[in-house]
Design a binder for this molecule. Structure first.
Ligand code: PMV
Length: 320
């Protein structure tokens, strides 16, 4: 959604879930990601003076932003250069329902909504490819060497088949999926998790390569399962994917416990989603009612929040 006048532009972006393939995607394996209906809205207004930024984590002049937010600043700078505007005379406000650092792609979503707003305000066309490259400026500061899956999944309105450097393919899923997402409330650390896998790749090459290959195979099989509408096979692949992520050292006790709670509630599949070492798990239910049962059991275990939804409806249920 976007609203534009000569003085103000308001644009949104949604968050994302990685269904299968995180971490292995950094090594060129395929992954599947999909839109998650939590959203961020950015309002940009023309206002004379230095750029002022307003968000839940920082409010003030853009030049005094913390080092952590350097990527957003660089992305804004480059976007303004592209629309022939000075790095000044704006008020940027972020309203986000996406919890930060939980593997839901909050940083990419914020950057997407900012770039869209800048181009809308100055009435410039913006291709998906250009949007992708501008957002990757911010993502590179946030994640080191991001594969680009977060940005691609959040630009898309459909689930995507993603392989680094290759064309992004929208996936038409033949059946509704009933998905539960449980948030540990602990920030994940994608940068550290990706770094740990890289170090482990050096010290235990064969073990890590086997895991990456297995995740690649899981990705191929998951795509077939989605296209055939076989949710039972898909669920089984999610459990298998989680086991591989454990081997790669990016899961932890709480995430493993949540996967087991989902399994005991009859989930067809469950796994951590995103970078890991905190953050969220996702689980697959047989119906919306079943998703609610799984969600309730996860919530009762003391997590910070649980959402569930059907890919057929545009409604996100939250248990908080
Ligand atoms: O931003 P996160 O936590 O959803 O992680 C992105 C997925 C990784 O594969 C772990 C990293 C990447 O760049 O693809």
């Amino acid at each position: 959604m976007s609203t534009v006048s000569t003085r103000t532009a308001i644009c949104e972006s949604h968050s994302k879930l990685i269904l299968v393939g995180e971490h292995a995607v950094v090594y060129g394996k395929p992954a599947i990601a999909m839109p998650f209906p939590l959203k961020v809205r950015v309002t940009i207004q023309k206002a004379v003076g230095p750029i002022m930024f307003e968000s839940s984590i920082y409010t003030g002049p853009i030049d005094s932003m913390t080092v952590k937010m350097k990527g957003i600043k660089a992305c804004i700078e480059e976007s303004l250069r592209c629309v022939d505007q000075p790095f000044a005379n704006l008020r940027i406000r972020i309203d986000s329902a996406i919890p930060l650092g939980r593997g839901l792609g909050s940083s990419a979503a914020i950057a997407i909504a900012i770039v869209r707003s800048i181009f809308s305000l100055f009435q410039q066309g913006l291709s998906e490819e250009h949007l992708f490259s501008l957002v990757q400026i911010a993502e590179t500061y946030a994640h080191g060497k991001p594969s680009g899956i977060d940005t691609a999944a959040e630009i898309s309105e459909y689930p995507i088949w993603f392989q680094k450097g290759k064309e992004i393919v929208p996936l038409v899923i033949g059946i509704p999926l009933y998905i539960v997402v449980a948030d540990t409330g602990r920030n994940g650390d994608t940068h550290t998790a990706v770094d740990n896998v890289r170090k482990m790749y050096v010290s235990e090459t064969e073990k890590v390569q086997n895991s990456l290959d297995e995740i690649g195979t899981i990705g191929e099989l998951a795509r077939e399962a989605l296209l055939k509408g076989d949710v039972y096979l898909l669920g089984n692949l999610l459990y298998r994917n989680h086991e591989e992520l454990k081997i790669l050292g990016v899961s932890d006790g709480e995430l493993n416990n949540l996967v087991e709670i989902a399994r005991n509630a009859g989930a067809l599949g469950a796994k951590l989603t995103g970078g890991g070492l905190g953050g969220c798990i996702l689980a697959l239910g047989e119906s919306l009612e079943h998703a609610e049962v799984i969600a309730t059991q996860l919530m009762d275990s003391g997590v910070s929040n649980v959402w569930y939804f059907s890919t057929e409806e545009n409604i996100l249920y939250s248990l908080k």
